[in-house]
Design a protein around this ligand. Structure first.
Ligand SMILES: [Fe+2]
Length: 158
């Protein structure tokens, strides 16, 4: 078994205070960590890296879609700005994927770009909506039930 390392570590600093969203952010962190291990540490085959990147792009789209649904349902006032940031981030992820597919090697610099790509958005944009959602009655923590999005995502992968 090859050694694995955490490129991004989950910490309370990254928590937006809403478990449903935190769990989805953790999946994005897992995917970036997987990319780091395969691309940088293990120098894996292109097909392996390509599959992780595709999953990262797809899950990013799923995650942004969930957030934007919540914005519409609860009439979040800052929807346009946040959505514009999502569109930019989505485009950056797709460009990253395109560059890799056209032959660019993923180096540590590109990994740092991805780290910032995710953590900056969580810290600077996502954290802004927490108090609004809590005031509207969104639960900070799950009771017993597991996340439906996590369940769907896991069943798609198996
Ligand atoms: Fe967001």
């Amino acid at each position: 078994m090859l050694d694995t390392k955490e490129f991004i570590s989950w910490s309370d600093e990254l928590s937006v205070g809403l478990q449903e969203i935190d769990e989805q952010h953790k999946i994005l962190i897992i995917l970036i960590n997987r990319l780091f291990n395969e691309a940088i540490l293990h120098k894996a085959d292109k097909a392996v890296i390509s599959a992780i990147l595709e999953e990262l792009v797809q899950y990013t789209i799923v995650h942004f879609t969930v957030e934007e649904s919540l914005f519409r349902i609860f009439d979040y006032p800052d929807i346009e700005t946040h959505q514009a940031h999502h569109d930019k981030l989505k485009q950056e992820a797709l460009n990253f994927q395109k560059r890799f597919e056209s032959g660019v090697t993923i180096d540590i610099e590109l990994m740092h770009f991805l780290k910032k790509w995710l953590t900056h958005h969580i810290m600077m944009d996502d954290k802004k909506y927490t108090s609004f959602f809590l005031e509207r009655g969104l639960k900070a923590k799950w009771s017993e039930q597991k996340s439906w999005i996590g369940k769907i995502w896991n069943s798609l992968k198996s």
